[in-house]
Design a protein around this ligand. Structure first.
Ligand code: SF4
Length: 341
């Protein structure tokens, strides 16, 4: 079933905080005057018109950026009510928004439900209080637990945003965060590597030598580990890495940025699976590996990095690669010998 997500950006509105990694305008690439209700309605009309050509089955309006439920109630009402006519006409099915964990309480959940909001994404980043404090998040892990429970009880879909490379975040801290997130059972997560962007609090720390970002390869490794864990618990990883764009690239000071960060992570996961299977194959023998049709470039890796790596390990002549349109994505499978031609 195809899903059209209509994005509406509300950068930094409603947020009095200054998380150390955040310069919301630069990161989302949207600056200028706040979007109005009529503009939201106009955007929806334009997207629906374009989408009709692709015979859509489901449409979701997603308010990205900022902390939606921190906006004045009248402003929230204005934005959400501009979507209601499209829900009533059946052209839009659901609304999604993102907010901070400490901006969720029973009254807010009730209000969101009445406005047909089905999905709430919480900017969690970490569940380690020491890391949250160093990142100047202004909330604690307990706020996340409480907000997740309220949303879950209301039957709303929960999304969680996490970061790798936060100040003070060790791998052990990340591991504990992942274990706690799994117990919250969100429907999906997003993983963002911390970047040093101009105008953020982290820029000063970085320039003073008080913060060292992750290298790209370390960020990829950590995100790959997280994806593996989450997927094993049925939690979808819907995005890895910030949306690339000229504004973000211009403001990037340092950090593990790559325009295809998610692809690097997926390629790393495929390489790991292929290596594991091939390590059991004695030299001189060859096995058949099977991947999804749509994973051909992921298997090769960005710039054929996976193929080069398998060659350097002496493993590239130990398999033939086959693709199957019915195989789920992200999996490298060994084809049993009796299925060999
Ligand atoms: S809460 Fe969100 S919008 Fe506000 S400063 Fe932190 S990251 Fe930026």
């Amino acid at each position: 079933m195809s899903l059209l997500v209509i994005p509406i950006f509300i950068p930094h509105e409603g947020c009095p905080h200054s998380c150390v990694f955040c310069n919301q305008h630069r990161i989302s690439g949207v600056e200028g005057r706040p979007v109005t209700g009529p503009q939201v309605a106009q955007s929806i009309r334009i997207w629906l018109e374009r989408g009709r050509k692709n015979t859509l089955s489901r449409v979701q309006v997603a308010f990205y950026g900022g902390s939606f439920t921190g906006l004045p109630v009248a402003r929230q009402q204005d934005l959400l009510s501009s979507v209601q006519p499209f829900i009533e006409s059946g052209e839009v099915q659901t609304i999604r928004l993102s907010t901070r964990p400490d901006y969720i309480d029973l009254g807010i959940v009730d209000f969101l439900q009445k406005q047909q909001v089905a999905t709430v994404e919480l900017g969690v980043q970490s569940l380690d209080d020491a890391v949250l404090e160093q990142s100047l998040r202004g909330h604690r892990a307990a706020d996340v637990i409480r907000a997740s429970a309220l949303l879950g009880t209301a039957g709303m879909e929960l999304g969680i945003q996490l970061m790798v490379g936060l100040p003070g975040q060790t791998f052990s801290s990340l591991r504990k965060t992942v274990a706690r997130v799994i117990t919250l059972a969100p429907a999906f997560i997003r993983i963002y590597p911390v970047l040093v962007v101009a105008g953020s609090g982290l820029e000063g720390r970085y320039r003073r030598g008080a913060y060292q970002p992750l290298s790209l390869s370390r960020a990829v490794l950590q995100a790959a580990w997280m994806k593996k864990k989450m997927t094993a618990h049925g939690i979808r990883v819907v995005r890895m890495g910030l949306q690339p764009g000229p504004e973000l690239e211009r403001s990037l000071v340092a950090g593990p940025y790559h325009p295809a960060f998610g692809e690097l992570v997926n390629a790393r996961l495929m390489l790991r699976q292929a290596r594991k299977l091939l390590s059991r194959v004695p030299p001189g023998r060859q096995i058949r590996l099977q991947i999804s049709d749509r994973d051909q470039s992921v298997f090769r890796g960005v710039g054929s990095a996976n193929i080069h790596r398998l060659t350097s390990l002496g493993l590239s002549d130990r398999f033939t690669l086959h693709s199957d349109p019915d195989q789920p994505r992200g999996i490298v499978q060994l084809v049993p010998e009796d299925k060999n031609p």
